[in-house]
Design a protein around this ligand. Structure first.
Ligand SMILES: Nc1nc2c(c(=O)[nH]1)N[C@H]1C(S)=C(S)[C@@H](COP(=O)(O)O)O[C@H]1N2
Ligand SMILES: [Mo]
Length: 422
């Protein structure tokens, strides 16, 4: 029996009670002020001496108490670190922006270290004028700023057949959400003049993997960007410094990093990443291909296996993130009793198309076990399916495009684990 099956059984055996789990805080959260609390009465070390000066950190970094907030990989998934993935610590973050140093990394041949002075972007194929742009050339086009999520098609891929990885960092952390500054791909293509027969693009990476994907012209002229900044500063090398393609709402592997060339053609290329990889094998033996859009999805980040409830019964905050590659997420429902009762959560912060949304649900924890789930609704009308609903349609052979509802079991001690309920 697999771990996943064991966990599935554990969840159903637990026979779970959800009585009295009403929303709304009642008990006090803070403790009464005391005269004998040394954290208040004694002069702490940081007040007994001067701190670092303004010359100590020319480039800032987090507090030493936040050292555990890092990207992590899954050892059994990482046969070779230069062709692997690490995961965003979603359970440590809040709001909607992923800090640059915590954006998950996925690369097929390691991080290319490009010299921006040697950077060139070539546009060739079915164009009137094959052109080469330097980084400075690109920056002379009108710039735009947009916040978008990037989700790897394989995010949650290990969970297709059952609950497996213990933590939203590992089950859902192949996603980041940053503000990109760049220029419109359409503007760059117009400069080269796309011939009327030009219907597809082949962006290519400058790294050793020479990553390529076929992108339809309609998308390219729609909202695709050629980006050189993330969250206001230069792209990180891990994210494609100095230039990456931004393909809003579409699967991560199309967002070619270290972008060096875009070929214009009249049909898709059927390259490796759209044939042997990034396709979904259906029960009838056929494969779904060119599954570009990332469907509506959400996950509760706290509580979760890496972020247990650390306090006793009383007011508790549940939070998570939701996104859709097709639009905004106007609504996220949550349940704390395994789906017996669903209630709308509170979405707070910007609600932008193809960007992460932050939701909260404040409730009174009785101290009884919980089965937590979230269900996101896309502005286009689609709703996040259960994993069983997904398997009914797609079978169990898929890796990519798992947007099924995630369940966390929380015990009386507040400890959480990854489970499935049916
Ligand atoms: N040149 C190049 N671009 C690439 C890749 C790569 O290996 N090489 N990996 C792709 C994949 S599979 C994903 S999911 C995203 C990951 O982007 P990130 O590293 O910024 O998270 O980049 C895509 N672009
Ligand atoms: Mo990916």
């Amino acid at each position: 029996m697999t771990d996943a099956h064991l966990m599935k059984k554990a969840a159903s055996r637990r026979g779970f009670l959800a009585g009295g789990l009403a929303a709304g805080a009642s008990a006090a959260v803070a403790t009464a002020a005391r005269a004998d609390d040394p954290a208040i009465t004694s002069v702490q070390p940081w007040a007994q001496q001067l701190g670092d000066g303004v010359d100590a950190r020319p480039y800032g970094y987090p507090s030493e108490f936040e050292k555990h907030v890092v990207r992590k990989n899954v050892p059994w998934l990482t046969a070779d670190p230069v062709s692997s993935v690490n995961f965003t610590p979603l359970h440590e973050l809040d709001g909607i922006i992923t800090p640059n140093g915590l954006c998950f990394e996925r690369h097929h041949s390691g991080v290319a270290e490009l010299d921006p002075g040697q950077y060139r972007l070539m546009i060739n194929g079915l164009v009137d004028r094959p052109l080469v742009f330097t980084l400075e050339d690109l920056k002379r086009f009108p710039r735009v700023n947009h916040i978008y999520f990037l989700e790897c098609a394989a995010n949650s891929g290990m969970e297709w057949r059952g609950a497996q990885l213990n933590g939203c960092q590992f089950t859902h952390g192949m996603i980041h959400n940053v503000m990109y500054t760049g220029v419109k791909l359409g503007d760059i293509l117009a400069e080269a003049g796309v011939k009327s027969s030009g219907k597809w693009l082949l962006p290519e990476g400058a790294d050793a993997s020479a990553m390529t994907r076929s992108v339809p012209m309609e998308k390219a002229l729609g909202d695709c960007l050629i980006a050189f900044k993330m969250n206001g500063e230069a792209l990180r090398p891990e994210q494609g410094y100095p230039v990456r393609l931004v393909v809003p709402g579409w699967e991560g592997n199309m967002w070619v990093k270290w972008l060096r060339r875009i070929e214009v053609g009249d049909q898709p290329w059927h390259h490796r990443e759209e044939t042997s990889k990034y396709t979904d094998l259906l029960p009838n033996g056929k494969a779904r291909r060119f599954t570009w859009e990332m469907d509506v999805k959400s996950v509760i980040t706290n509580p979760s296996p890496q972020a247990p409830i650390s306090h006793g019964p009383g007011p508790a905050v549940l939070t998570g993130v939701a996104w859709s590659g097709r639009g905004t997420v106007p609504r996220v429902d949550v349940t704390i009793d395994g789906g017996k009762n669903w209630v709308p959560s509170r979405i707070d912060g910007p609600s932008l198309s193809k960007s992460m949304h932050r939701f909260y649900y404040e409730f009174n924890w009785t101290g009884e076990p919980l089965l937590l789930q979230s269900r996101a609704h896309c502005s286009t009308g689609t709703v996040q399916p259960t994993k069983d609903e997904l398997r009914e349609v797609r079978g169990e052979n898929s890796i990519y495009h798992n947007n099924g509802i995630q369940t966390w079991f929380v015990n009386e001690k507040g400890v959480a684990e990854n489970v499935e309920i049916s």
